[in-house]
Design a protein around this ligand. Sequence first.
Ligand SMILES: NC(=O)c1ccc[n+]([C@@H]2O[C@H](COP(=O)([O-])OP(=O)(O)OC[C@H]3O[C@@H](n4cnc5c(N)ncnc54)[C@H](O)[C@@H]3O)[C@@H](O)[C@H]2O)c1
Length: 241
Amino acid sequence: MALVTGGAQGIGGAIATAFAREGADVAILDMQKEKANEKAHELERFGVSSVAVCADVKDESQLKIAIETAMRQLGRIDILVNNAGINSTSSVVEMTTDMWDEMISNNLRSVFLSSRAVLGPMIERKHGRIINISSQLAHKGSAEMAHYTAAKAGVIGFTKSLAYEVAIHGVTVNAICPGPIDTDLLKRLPEDWKKRKFSELPIGRAGQVEEIAPTAVMLASEEGAYYVGTTLNPNGGDVMV
Ligand SMILES: NC(=O)c1ccc[n+]([C@@H]2O[C@H](COP(=O)([O-])OP(=O)(O)OC[C@H]3O[C@@H](n4cnc5c(N)ncnc54)[C@H](O)[C@@H]3O)[C@@H](O)[C@H]2O)c1
């Protein structure tokens, strides 16, 4: 079974669909209960089992209960996608401590919490895949997003260190760093920020969620086993690494 955090919509939703299309059972973990239920229902058309579990990934006990519920209903977790994330903008000078803490909890601490929660059984079985959704802004930085870029760069550091710890046990940990993708998260960003971003983007357009999902499918596959602690960059040329 694959568990996708923030899988009710956007990039996580497309990854969940791509996994179901490949025949995987999928658990959608999201704080939007109705949308998560709708998504799980939608995935059943691929002939797989799917459940929605509601949790805020910032909340350790909610997360633990949701992961246990998903496992009770669909069995073991073979693939974890840490995708749930938020964004907001502020200069560092004007950024409140709460804004900083909220971002780090939502986009970085959550990745640690959910990874730790699933690792034990993966190590025991000598098989597992953890895929963390970072951002190309982790490589590049961005004015008015120091909290977001710090969290996403932290995700890359966490990915590499955890990969060192568990690769020998058959568990791979990798990150995907998307460029600007046409989702609600991008729509909510200020128009002037998006104008600046698109003017410097070689491909000249936002990506579609379907252009990110295949990277996750590849990393989750048996053939993806030799990717360890890497970051893959479907980003329209924003950062050429
Ligand atoms: N859209 C982009 O341009 C872009 C680029 C690079 C990286 N990303 C990353 O991709 C991931 C998905 O973003 P998206 O663009 O699909 O956004 P989105 O807003 O469309 O979807 C995010 C999903 O995560 C869920 N979520 C957010 N915080 C949560 C929490 N605390 N607990 C449980 N669920 C939560 C939301 O309910 C939503 O379903 C994020 O980590 C984001 O930072 C997005």
